[in-house]
Write a protein that binds this ligand. Sequence first.
Ligand SMILES: Cc1ncc(COP(=O)(O)O)c(C=O)c1O
Length: 467
Amino acid sequence: MTGSSKPWSLIDLLKGWPNPFLLPAVQIKIASSIALSNADISTPGLLYGPDDGYGPLRAHIADWLTQFYQPLSRISAERICITGGASQNLACILQVFSDPLFTRNVWMVSPTYFHACRIFEDSGFHGRLRSVPEDEEGVDVEYLRKALHQSEMKAQAEGNTQPTLKPTRPWSKIYRHLIYAVPTFSNPSSRIMSLQRREELVQVAREYDACIITDDVYDMLQWPTDKTAVQPSREHAYLPRLVDIDRTLEGGAEREGSDGFGNAVSNGSFSKIAGPGCRTGWLEGTQKFAWGTSQVGSSKSGGAPSQLTSTFVSNLIESGELQRHIFKTLQPTYARRYQSMITAIEEHLLPLGVKLPQTTRDVVGGYFIWLSLPAPMQAEEVAVRAQQEENLIIAPGPIFAVYGDEKAVDLERKVRVCFSWEEEAMLAEGIQRLAQVIGRMQRNQRQQEEATPSPREGSSFLVERHR
Ligand SMILES: Cc1ncc(COP(=O)(O)O)c(C=O)c1O
């Protein structure tokens, strides 16, 4: 439906939630019933627990991640700390490992998951968040290196050489810099950071005493790009995480002479693979880092968060139900949803000049597709018109700008669309409605240009205006 009268049904391509149909309620019901019917599980589950979380869950996560990521050596339970999900744990990491006076800046790959900005600001970093641009391979490491150097020079000139706000504690350290990224199937840019960039990023972090915090929450939601692939799922990770690279690169995170905390830490979450309402996740880092995180005041007071839910999720992994849900339900369903949306994009948006990132990769995943609009279109105007004229909600690029450093990366012509939430049958129609809006705006633009006297031949409009 087009024109001024709104189509009847709202299509929401902004919301980054799983469709309710994909929640494993039955499996969680069985797992919770097993946990609550056995006093050996329900008693520790209903009491305060250990600081680093429910032991059996830590062990199951360690084995399961070993199978999925296939690192050079197995992941031990000591590297895992149970959390209240990726967002909650980002706040905990900051409480233990940063000092808003000594820690110079937070370097965020831009566009960024904007809720992380609020968490950094809550921890005292208002005004010190910095954008680091992405290109087709992921984070621009050379840009980051130069910016880190300048930031370090400034801190040295100001005599900022010692943490002053936080006490010295044997289980923690205060990093000079923080780097935040979503390296695989990024929210919002849907990109995958290349292996080479991952290695370079770890090297830069080591040079500048930075802690790279990655939200690896979409890694397991992946499928082949090829629409005709017989197997619409993949059981092993596409690339090692930054934490895997830090563990092994050039002597690893615990190499001789290092402090043993490492320079990369992974935030995992059950939000995208079980249900966000679980609010349970895990951190993986060096043994020292994982233990340090568990010593955050709020976990010292009664143990890690999500203790009861941990007993349910532990059973889900032990029984293999979670893995089956991911590989047999989520991956094929999201693959189908993605294909439906991308086919509509190819048919209706690419002919209008809209572009996609990383078009040659053989694996895609996550929840989102990132679109570049043709000039001179502005994403915010497109989003407003989509809502007014087509009853369609999309996410305009500027909302993913790093707070306080919005101008460093141009997101004016970017749009994020999500294929996880809206009803599957509506995804293609959502894209068609977006195409209607863009097509109309382009026609209006052409009409305006025809009505305005054209600039002198051979010179651009801007040059003409400045003569
Ligand atoms: C990159 C990223 N990190 C973290 C989260 C939230 O994770 P959790 O529910 O575990 O806090 C999301 C959810 O949208 C996300 O996209």
